[in-house]
Design a protein around this ligand. Structure first.
Ligand code: PLP
Length: 304
């Protein structure tokens, strides 16, 4: 087994603050931002099984979809390079085709890692989940292993088994577990593999508007007949995907200073902001042991 496929045991660190002491609540953060140098956080878990499958099926490339700031795109490019596969990214926004000077760090880095970028219009991009479109694409690229936007599928969900096992041994009596939500694949993985206990709840915080639309898909992904209670807290999207208000920016700066842990503005900052709000509104009972999942995503902060 080489370094990509073996799971790293990351630290579970306790956060300190007067607020937590006053409320008599322990807050821990699971540092999945430290799990891999180039395929960070939840994306490592989601890609691992898919890469193994692609290799097993003798595919020669990884093909996927994303926006210009997608951590999934960055992770796929890095992971494909690692596995010796070519990579192909269908990127939303045809105007970027001829303006490489406007590419985000994410796109530049993906290109450096060998990803071939195909820029498509927003209208074309919307077809990315249609069966007919995907069948055509598979015919055009017969040796490609196709992954959906965000990389969530059944194999991705299975990638959270080891992570949950780590958490259960690091903090067996946790009561609350929080994760940010894009597609909800990560949340479904946690809910699937968490040990059932009456006093436990798992919360997903969608970073885009109308997160409740994700519920049917998430339910479908959960492979556990009697899971712990879980729910989406849909009020913390902060104006929509990748929108960063002054207040959230300030919160993120303060948190990073106090805890010496970097966050990303799209996912983990919103999630932790939401948890602090829940704490202030006394939605979490005294004596709780809360785990925040740091899902990584720090590549997006880079500005080089
Ligand atoms: C992609 C991403 C998410 C969202 O994961 P889903 O499984 O799509 O819900 C959360 N956090 C970070 C840092 C991400 O890059």
């Amino acid at each position: 087994m080489n370094a990509f496929y073996s799971e790293k045991n990351t630290p579970l660190t306790q956060l300190k603050s007067e607020l937590f002491t006053q409320l008599n609540i322990q807050i821990w953060i699971k540092r999945e931002d430290l799990n891999h140098p180039t395929v960070q956080g939840n994306k490592w878990h989601k890609l691992k099984g898919n890469l193994e499958m692609a290799l097993q099926q003798n595919r020669t490339s990884l093909l996927t979809f994303g926006g210009a700031y997608s951590n999934h795109i960055a992770a796929c490019a890095a992971a494909a390079k690692f596995a010796g596969l070519n990579s192909l990214g269908f990127i939303r926004g045809e105007e970027l085709q001829h303006t490489p000077e406007k590419w985000s760090h994410t796109l530049k880095k993906a290109a450096q890692n060998g990803m071939q970028l195909h820029f498509i219009s927003r209208m074309q991009y919307r077809r990315k989940t249609q069966a007919e479109f995907l069948q055509r694409l598979q015919l055009d690229y017969p040796n490609a292993y196709i992954l959906p936007e965000g990389g969530s599928n059944a194999l991705a969900i299975q990638g959270f088994k080891g992570l949950m096992a780590q958490l259960e041994s690091q903090c067996p009596n946790w009561t609350h577990l929080y994760t940010p939500v894009g597609t909800g694949g990560t949340l479904a993985g946690l809910v699937t593999y968490a040990k059932r206990q009456e006093n436990r709840q798992i919360f997903g915080i969608p970073v885009l508007k109308q997160g409740e639309h994700l519920l049917p898909q998430i339910k479908n992904w959960i492979v556990n007949d009697r899971p712990n209670k879980w729910q989406l807290l849909t009020q913390y999207h902060g104006g929509g995907y990748a929108k960063l208000s002054k207040e959230l920016q300030q919160f993120m700066n303060d948190f990073e200073q106090q805890q010496q842990i970097l966050l990303d503005p799209v996912y983990t900052a919103k999630m932790i902001y939401g948890v602090y709000d829940q704490l202030k509104k006394q939605q979490i009972p005294s004596g709780s042991k809360v785990i925040l999942l740091h899902t990584g995503g720090l590549q997006g902060r880079s500005t080089e």
